[in-house]
Design a protein around this ligand. Structure first.
Ligand code: GTP
Ligand code: MG
Length: 375
């Protein structure tokens, strides 16, 4: 079964482990040991290089069959309906991400935050002029990095918040690279424009230097001057976001098993595990069996992330607080709905085993096809 370690490969092929390692090193693969994992392609390459005639195949796991099928399932054009854009606020600490979101939604979270620093990912779906938008506020960029590392990008549009007095700062640069890597449209909120003596041209120049040329300078990045405290530019920011959403026609199929991402989760006393999920496609319902990373469960209850009121179902682009997982799933883990609790348990346990085995053996290297191509 693959992936397998170099040790098990040599046992199965009946060749000394030193010879396998030697061949790999000759092929230019560095930093390997007998516990390094081989995937199918690299195992085939070694077999060819060593003149071995062995049959290599990947074991049919539920992970491979069920989850891949759910991930890759194509929705027919006529099953798709418009969904709300998912808009994420990114930027340097204290530049006003939470304040902007508070203003747009009409709540006040920022004054209640310990030290004024966002500690949790917040996600709310709100209706504006009859159109829905899902807003995500991030506690700095770390959560975003983690999501990206797990390939679980949920963002459709990134709002890069830059305080006019500070301009582009280190975390702004990181946010820019995250948004670019995610290949999503970027809207700049040039915030704190109300402050005395701010020079917005200086920030526009900095943006241009970072390949974000403002549309007013002939580029394609919308820069909206905002003040979250004075309420300046808020309608324009919202309008800009809705226009981009209209151009992109985000769509999803509400009539399928839900798939999406866990934003964060925690153990909450007698409520048990509460996981904040965003549905990306399909509809999630109370009673559904869900697997997320190495946790699983049957959804006992769901609540609206803004009002706390209970929900029976959540369609595409909807953030929800979900109760019913056995343990807290990690930020950025993808979730899938299955029809059978024993399958969910099996997948969760297989993943748990795989990650604890990796930790025990200290395996960090995965020998993969890319290693060979770098030669
Ligand atoms: P982190 O969550 O810590 O990364 O910060 P944040 O980007 O969410 O910033 P936050 O909204 O907490 O705002 C930081 C401080 O800037 C607060 O004291 C806000 O009141 C202030 N602030 C936010 N927007 C504006 C603005 O437009 N003008 C002025 N003058 N102050 C603002
Ligand atoms: Mg904040």
């Amino acid at each position: 079964s693959l992936p397998c370690s170099i040790r098990s490969f040599s046992e199965a092929a009946g060749v000394p482990v030193g010879k396998v390692l030697g061949t790999l090193m000759q092929m230019g693969v560095a930093d390997i040991n007998i516990n390094s994992q081989l995937d199918l392609e690299s195992a085939e390459l070694i077999a060819t290089a060593m003149d071995l005639t062995i049959e290599l195949k990947e074991t049919e796991t539920l992970e491979n069959s069920l989850i891949m099928e759910l991930e890759n399932r194509e929705d027919s054009e006529d099953s798709l309906i418009p969904r709300a854009p998912i808009v994420t606020f990114l930027g340097h600490v204290d530049h006003g991400k939470t304040s902007l979101l508070d203003y747009l939604i009409g709540i006040n979270v920022v004054s209640g935050e310990a030290g004024g620093i966002t500690q949790h990912i917040r996600a709310y779906e709100v209706e504006k002029d009859g159109r829905s938008v899902t807003f995500v506020d991030t506690p700095g960029h770390e959560a975003f990095t983690e999501m990206r590392a797990r390939g679980a990008n949920v963002t459709d549009i990134a709002v890069l918040v830059v305080a006019a007095d500070d301009g582009i700062m280190p975390q702004t640069e990181e946010a820019i690279s995250h948004a670019k890597a995610a290949e999503v449209p970027i809207v700049v909120a040039l915030n704190k424009i109300d402050l005395e003596g701010v020079d917005s041209n200086r920030v526009l120049t900095q943006l241009t230097e970072h390949q974000l040329t403002p549309s007013e300078w002939g580029g394609d990045v919308e820069v909206v001057r905002t003040s979250a405290t004075k309420g300046i530019g808020m309608d324009e920011l919202l309008e800009t976001l809705l226009t981009i959403a209209e151009l992109n026609e985000y769509k999803a199929n509400p009539d399928r098993e839900a798939i999406g991402v866990c934003l964060e989760s925690e153990q909450q006393g007698d409520r048990g595990v509460v996981a904040k999920l965003v549905v990306q496609n399909g509809t999630l319902r109370v009673g559904d069996i869900v697997v997320c990373g190495s946790t699983y469960g049957r959804i006992r209850a769901m609540t609206n992330t803004l009002t706390g009121s209970s929900m029976m179902e959540a369609g595409p682009s909807t953030p929800v607080n979900v109760m019913g997982f056995d343990q807290a799933p990690g930020a950025g883990e993808r979730f899938h709905v299955l029809d059978d609790i024993s399958k969910a348990r099996e997948i969760a346990e297989t993943r748990e085993d795989a990650s604890s085995q990796e930790m025990l053996s200290g395996v960090t290297t995965k020998v993969s096809f890319e290693n060979f191509q770098e030669m």
